[in-house]
Design a binder for this molecule. Structure first.
Ligand SMILES: [Zn+2]
Length: 211
């Protein structure tokens, strides 16, 4: 029986709110995408294969962060839980993780193409370049073996032939970064369709990259 004092309903509520937002922005599809928060020795994570638009409090999985023993939630955790636990191991400074198949970012990931631009100052200033980790089979430790070094230095990483992994100090920051990166990937894709993006000079690019 889970003692009431260890249940952080704030964390559960934050996950539900973030899932609704990700769903409303079209960043998760019916079965894919997972969200977690690590707080006070517990891992709160979305259940496997449930639509993010219809999650309820009791569906959010609660696990002891060290043993990964499930102590709350009526369903098993996401099949990508390893991606979350390994991210927390690699980045002791983070407390939130989102993995999803946001359409534009995932399209870049399928092409194994980093998101980068010399024409978009906000992109350069905020994210420099969103890099691609080599392919690792989803649901296995291989997925993170390939991403570990990039995740240590970057809050948003594309997973080749798969999707995007975003981490940060709190789940709201992670959500905002996921949204912002998806928007950038969309803009760059549209710009390529409309014409040829006009690159800024190297000096001007450097100004933003150095910020
Ligand atoms: Zn995935």
């Amino acid at each position: 029986m889970l003692e009431e004092k260890v249940i952080d309903f704030t964390a559960v509520k934050e996950i539900l709110d973030v899932c609704l937002r990700l769903d409303s922005k079209g960043l998760v599809n019916a079965y894919e995408g997972n969200v977690s928060i690590k707080r006070d020795g517990y891992l709160y994570i979305t259940p496997a294969s449930k639509n993010k638009a219809f999650l309820k409090e009791e569906m959010i999985c609660i696990l002891e962060a060290d043993s990964l023993k499930q102590v709350g939630g009526i369903f098993p955790p996401s099949s990508e839980m390893l991606l979350h636990t390994l991210s927390y191991q690699a980045r002791p400074d983070i407390a939130g993780v989102i993995h999803c198949h946001a359409p534009y970012l995932t399209a870049f990931a399928l092409c194994n193409k980093p998101v980068e631009s010399k024409a978009y100052p906000e992109m350069m200033g905020n994210f420099k370049k969103i890099q691609v980790a080599p392919y690792g089979r989803p649901g296995t430790p291989a997925i993170f073996d390939e991403a570990r070094e990039l995740v240590k230095k970057n809050d948003v990483v594309l997973l080749a032939n798969h999707g995007v992994l975003a981490v940060g100090k709190d789940i709201w920051t992670v959500m905002n970064k996921t949204e912002a990166c998806e928007s950038i990937a969309k803009v760059l894709t549209l710009a390529e369709q409309i014409g040829k993006p006009v690159n800024l000079s190297d000096d001007e690019c450097q100004f933003f990259i150095a910020k």
